[in-house]
Design a protein around this ligand. Structure first.
Ligand code: EPZ
Length: 424
């Protein structure tokens, strides 16, 4: 019996117009869920995106003993009163690297944790050496065995000053959570500044933590004795928003993108305007369209407030259609140009040289069957299909489901001819 699989089938050539509202940020929600382990009781999270990564994190917490009530598609009540286990299910951590976000909370609550070594993925090795270096400074001992990280803090977590080699988002988050319940003061220097870090620190402070400096490279945390459950709304997803802004930059006539803070896309919007896309601030979002040609530019992905790596693939689609040559440099992940080969199959002219993608703009794409290698590249290939001549079939839909809720419904709501279908 032939295996069934989903693809996203796109017919190019239709403009997008109307309104789209993005969900809560996946890359915040996952950590906020993990942080509920630090506050025994019922924490309510609102504006939670309904995607498969959130479902996976829900399974991780349930395996640890949490009880999760899905009040509606975007509201979760997480009761961590009876969590007794500190051993994270190996198969779930391997499936989703973000599960390592339970490391700090479990150490804070139990003084120990067993977490599967997160596998690398297609975009890179995805190491956790900086998480372990930082937590070791707080008194955590690590043993690696049988694919698991065994962490323990026999003398409890002790606040300390830690300087990260690189402003790692995940390492900053684990240190933030561990420090919140450590004895004494923790300082994280060279901390990540992403808006999702600020959202996590905000909720921890609502729970009773004492954190200052989140969103800047120096975060100070005065350890407290306990945290209490709260109700907290997840910030809007700047990456989902940026994906729709890019779509509108391709075929917007115009599109209004709501449900997020445009300040979280500062440099991206400046770059897109320089590329010839018209962007206007409106109530709770942006109005986006394009009249003239797309113009070339250079992009360097960097930690926030630099250009986000999670919008690199979507931007490459725009630059592949610009009048002239562009260069995209990927500084965050070792292997995040896999989409280029797929886009070349649609007629783009992209050459990869190490961390640089050298892009010669072309007049247009022709539709083709293409493979989405990660969740952002998959979404970007769907965008390419919106402007391609003819039909494009994008596979790797399971990746897109990890970070986008109802992606094809939202695009169809804007006028795109796109649907998710099952094929043999
Ligand atoms: C988060 O990943 C996001 N994921 C990623 O989004 C995002 O691309 C990334 O931050 C950068 O903004 C979630 O929040 C769930 P890092 P994270 O630690 O925390 C290396 C998406 O599409 N590194 O800042 O893993 C690492 O290998 C995903 O939604 C170490 O070497 O990112 C990477 O090359 C993709 N050692 C770089 O640093 C460490 O201990 C940045 O990683 C930690 C990281």
């Amino acid at each position: 019996m032939a295996e069934k699989r989903s693809i996203i089938h796109v017919e190019g050539g239709y403009p997008l117009s109307g309104h789209v509202t993005v969900e809560g940020a996946k890359n915040s929600a996952l950590k906020l869920m993990a942080a509920t382990l630090m506050a025994p009781g019922v924490t309510t999270l609102t504006n939670v995106p309904d995607n498969s990564d959130v479902h996976t994190m829900g399974k991780v917490l349930s395996k640890l003993g949490a009880r999760i009530t899905v009040c509606d598609a975007h509201t979760l009540q997480i009761d961590t009163s009876d969590v007794k286990s500190w051993v994270t299910p190996y198969e779930l951590v391997v499936k989703m690297r973000a599960s390592t976000a339970v490391l700090g909370p479990l150490l804070a609550r139990f003084g120990k944790a067993v977490v599967g070594m997160p596998g690398g993925c297609k975009i890179g090795a995805r190491k956790v050496d900086m998480h372990m270096m930082g937590l070791s400074a707080l008194g955590v001992d690590f043993q690696i065995g049988h694919g698991n990280i065994h962490a323990s803090a026999p003398g409890g977590l002790k606040g300390c000053s830690v300087t990260l080699e690189f402003p790692s988002v995940g390492a900053t988050e684990n240190l933030l959570m561990a420090g919140a319940l450590a004895h004494g003061k923790t300082v994280i220097d060279n901390a990540a500044c992403e808006p999702e870090i600020v959202d996590l620190a905000t909720m921890l402070n609502e729970m009773g933590a004492s954190i200052t400096g989140a969103g800047t490279p120096v975060i100070e945390i005065e350890g407290v004795r306990e945290l209490s459950p709260v109700t907290h709304g997840v910030i809007g997803d700047r990456i989902e928003a940026g994906t729709f802004v890019a779509a509108a930059g391709l075929v917007g006539d115009p599109v209004r993108v709501h449900g997020f803070n445009p300040d979280h896309l500062g440099l991206v919007l400046k770059k897109y305007e320089a590329m010839g896309i018209s962007i206007k601030r409106i109530e709770d979002g942006l109005l986006v369209f394009r009249e003239g040609s797309l113009l070339p530019t250079s992009i360097q992905t960097l930690p926030f407030p630099g250009f986000p790596t999670d919008l690199q693939a979507q931007t490459m689609v725009l630059l592949a259609l610009a009048e002239g040559d562009s260069v995209v440099t990927e500084n965050i992940f070792e292997n995040r140009f896999m989409m280029a080969a797929e886009l070349n199959r649609m007629g783009a002219h992209i050459r990869i040289e190490g961390h640089h993608a050298l892009i010669q703009g072309v007049a247009g794409f022709s539709g083709a069957p293409v493979e989405g290698p990660d969740l952002r590249a998959g979404a970007a290939l769907v965008l390419a299909g919106l402007v391609a001549d003819g039909y494009t079939d994008v596979s790797g839909v399971e990746y897109i489901h990890r970070g986008y809720e109802r992606f094809t419904d939202k695009l169809r709501g804007l006028g795109a001819h796109v649907e998710e279908i099952e094929v043999e």
